[in-house]
Design a protein around this ligand. Structure first.
Ligand SMILES: Nc1nc2c(c(=O)[nH]1)N[C@H]1C(S)=C(S)[C@@H](COP(=O)(O)OP(=O)(O)OC[C@H]3O[C@@H](n4cnc5c(=O)[nH]c(N)nc54)[C@H](O)[C@@H]3O)O[C@H]1N2
Ligand SMILES: Nc1nc2c(c(=O)[nH]1)N[C@H]1C(S)=C(S)[C@@H](COP(=O)(O)OP(=O)(O)OC[C@H]3O[C@@H](n4cnc5c(=O)[nH]c(N)nc54)[C@H](O)[C@@H]3O)O[C@H]1N2
Ligand code: SF4
Ligand SMILES: [Mo]
Length: 685
């Protein structure tokens, strides 16, 4: 039997680990970590190991399907694409192009081809409504850093002497960075690791654990600045040379003395002083925020701003091991100029653009308002490409109600997801293992962008097709041929690689394992701040002009014992959602037997003392309810989690965390909703 070992990458999550794929007679038989990969260095997680079962899952969609009188019927690709093209033309004629929304899920971050073609299509069709997970994940931090530094410096904890991790269980969610941090600890270059988390996660056991009340990180950051400025531990020279607004900050943070902030955060004042002194005293140092756990709060944007400023006043900017500016991999751009404004542009103008820089996204959390209440204008049709928003957006009931009301809905996915079930037409997309592409590990994971060729390992299962192919075929039926000239995967890859200076041939022959985009010693960009003042803007006139606070401040979560004491009497437990486990990515992979065996059901983590108070034993089925709704999960005793807190995973259809979250309370700058600090009550089921 002819066995080949093919070097490719895994994009089940943002780590984009290198894989050695074993292919025998055209079948994928085994997947291992790739030791030569510059970033993952052989690491692979349980999801990566399960890729054979994933690609050949009996649940894969085999052919296009259309819902007729509530029943799914098999149709041909021609029928499917003709119908979609007809419907989209009708929508455009009747309501205008912006009545269509295209939704691209977390896959859109890792899968450049998918994101690029979705953007191309919606641009040519003429709708500004590209909706994406960036409406509740990551863009908040990008915006906050851009607004402070004029660009997006990334943290480089593996080169730091001191690292503070704010709400990230890296062992489960960012394992390749965790590995680099552990290495730095072993070498002794990383002297102090501080973990801010309501749970004493494994990494916290290797350093200083700060047990925080969920939703209060911003208060802690402000108190740290109070200490650092009060004790004159800041970097005076750096501040004078590079920043504006420090004096105003110094005055502002006087409102946050450690003794007061202890009451807000549950962190003892002495601990606040201690970590402030350590952080200010060990240069280079880096704050590392969880990928979404600082974002998904009522004031998450200001939390991200506070973090950027804390980083700045200690002079930890643009030196190795701090927050540094690095190049991005330059890739072919498929965007088409937009002619109208998406939903959210009015309510969250800075989320859409500032300083003339426009984001491609509408605000997804307004999707249901647009469909159900026609605010700010009606959305009538939806194409979902690589996401499962029926389960992953807040308030699933309202989201599903909106999806049911649409005139027309299409889902492209390898599986019949909860979202696909609500569609009119489902198109079988093949997985990343069945198509070629550009593998791109962002510099945020490595310090230097890393590129490789993603190989087509096997032929697409059933009639499934690559996303680029689906978009291209549809576009040509709509008469958009000139915008979609690509005929082969190779042409698509060449298009994306062209501006990078890398070539397909080079990545195929010389560097099948991939390569760093630039040399290590050439990666740092100089400290030029492209803000209006050309300085780091501690005090932001841009925020002020737009009606926001120019300096970060703390806001209590909407549901908290402090902001809503009456509610807290009925719902006395703090609820945080969405902690990652290694077996699953969001809603995906629950149907893969080997992963399901490892993590058979959703577990609600609860401190034993808290559970016992409510008559709940370890392993009991437990009702978790709040004003939004009620779900049932198995109680899992977790000594390391703070008393009074319940932590639940998201992505389980049978116990959907987003029946407990709301679309209504939103960060005033970004529109992000609250997922990490809510209230609930618990009882035995
Ligand atoms: N295995 C796996 N990995 C993934 C994903 C996945 O689905 N599965 N998803 C990817 C994506 S899209 C994202 S956004 C990231 C998410 O990554 P992160 O946002 O970094 O999430 P986690 O690593 O799960 O860590 C969350 C931690 O925050 C703590 N926490 C909860 N609330 C608060 C709070 O208010 N303050 C503080 N300080 N801590 C809090 C929790 O106890 C938990 O330890 O993971 C990525 N990686
Ligand atoms: N309560 C709560 N909710 C949350 C979070 C939380 O912490 N708490 N986290 C939020 C965050 S940070 C994020 S990023 C979102 C993620 O939200 P989503 O992106 O909606 O979640 P996924 O389940 O990853 O959906 C990806 C879909 O793409 C499909 N897919 C896989 N490969 C391909 C492909 O090649 N082509 C196509 N067309 N489809 C493909 C998968 O089968 C899956 O259905 O969830 C958010 N939801
Ligand atoms: S951590 Fe796991 S799922 Fe994520 S890219 Fe690596 S192997 Fe794939
Ligand atoms: Mo995310």
């Amino acid at each position: 039997m002819a066995q080949q070992v093919i070097k490719s990458d895994c994009i089940m999550c943002i780590n984009s680990c290198g894989i050695n794929a074993y292919v025998e007679d055209g079948k994928l038989v085994k997947v291992e970590g790739m030791p030569e990969h510059g970033v993952s260095e052989g690491y692979i997680c349980p999801r990566g190991e399960a890729l054979v079962e994933y690609v050949y899952s009996p649940d894969r969609l085999q052919h296009p399907m259309q819902k007729v009188d509530g029943q799914w019927q098999r149709i041909s690709w021609d029928q499917a694409l003709d119908t979609i093209a007809d419907e989209l033309k009708k929508i455009k004629e009747k309501y205008g192009a912006k009545a269509l929304a295209v939704y691209s899920g977390s896959l859109g971050t890792e899968n450049i081809e998918l994101a690029g073609f979705a953007q191309r299509f919606r641009g040519v069709y003429g709708t500004p409504n590209l909706l994406s997970v960036e409406g509740n994940c990551f863009r908040s931090r990008i915006m906050a850093r851009q607004m402070t530094f004029g660009g997006y410096p990334i943290e480089e904890p593996w080169n730091s002497r001191c690292v503070i991790i704010w709400g990230q269980n890296m062992d489960n969610s960012r394992a390749t960075i965790a590995a680099k941090i552990y290495k730095a600890m072993q070498k002794g270059t990383l002297e102090d690791l501080i973990v801010i988390d309501p749970k004493r996660i494994p990494m916290a056991k290797m350093g200083t654990h700060i047990r925080i009340r969920p939703g209060t990180d911003t208060a802690l950051m402000l108190a740290m600045m109070n200490v650092i400025i009060g004790e004159k531990l800041y970097d005076k020279e750096f501040i004078e040379k590079n920043t504006i607004g420090f004096d105003k900050l110094a005055e502002h943070v006087k409102q946050y003395p450690p003794e007061d902030v202890e009451k807000i955060t549950w962190v003892p004042a002495d601990d606040i002083r201690k970590i402030s002194r350590i952080f200010a005293g060990r240069k280079p140092a880096a704050n590392v925020p969880g990928t979404c756990s600082i974002d998904q709060h009522i004031n998450g944007f200001q939390g991200n701003r506070a973090m950027a400023i804390l980083q700045t006043i200690t002079g930890n900017v643009d030196i190795p091991g701090s927050w540094v500016s690095i190049p991005f991999l330059r890739l072919g751009d498929l965007r088409v100029t937009e002619i109208s404004e998406p939903i959210g542009a009015e309510a969250y103008p800075l989320f859409r653009r500032f300083w003339g820089r426009t984001s491609p996204y509408g605000q997804q959390v307004l999707f249901a308002d647009a469909v159900l209440d026609e605010k700010p204008y009606p959305l009538k049709a939806l194409i979902v490409n690589g996401g499962n928003p029926a389960l992953t957006l807040p308030d699933s009931e309202r989201i599903m109600e909106a999806m049911r009301k649409l005139d027309f809905m299409v889902v492209m996915d390898p599986f019949m997801t909860e979202t696909a079930k609500l569609a009119d037409i489902v198109l079988p997309a093949c997985t990343f293992l069945e198509k070629g592409g550009v593998g791109y590990v962002y510099g945020v994971n490595t310090g230097i962008p890393y590129a490789m060729l993603r190989k087509k390992l096997v032929e697409p299962v059933g009639e499934s097709r690559a996303d680029w192919q689906i978009w291209t075929d549809l576009a040509r039926r709509m008469g958009y041929d000139e915008y979609f000239p690509w005929n082969t995967e190779e042409e698509v890859v060449d298009f994306f690689l062209k501006p990078s200076g890398l070539t397909r041939q080079q990545l195929e022959k010389e560097n099948p394992e991939g390569k760093f985009y630039v040399e290590d010693d050439k990666k740092y960009l100089s400290g030029i701040y492209r803000t209006p003042s050309r300085k780091i803007e501690i005090y932001s006139e841009t925020l002020l002009e737009n009606g926001y606070d120019p300096l970060p401040f703390f806001v209590e979560p909407t549901q908290s014992p402090v902001s809503a004491p009456e509610l807290a009497k009925k719902y006395p437990i703090i609820l945080t959602t969405g902690s990652r486990i290694p077996q699953y990515t969001h809603t995906q992979l629950r149907n893969i037997p080997r992963l399901r065996k490892e993590a058979p059901e959703p577990l609600a983590e609860v401190n034993p003392e808290t559970a016992t108070r409510y008559g709940i034993a370890d392993g009991d089925m437990m009702v978790i309810e709040n004003p939004k709704g009620s779900i049932i999960m198995k109680a899992h005793f977790e000594e390391e989690l703070s008393a009074g807190v319940v932590s639940i995973p998201h992505g389980w259809p049978e116990a959907n965390a987003n029946l407990l979250t709301s679309l209504d309370t939103r960060d005033p700058v970004t529109g992000y909703t609250e997922m990490k600090a809510l209230l609930c009550r618990i009882r035995k089921s």
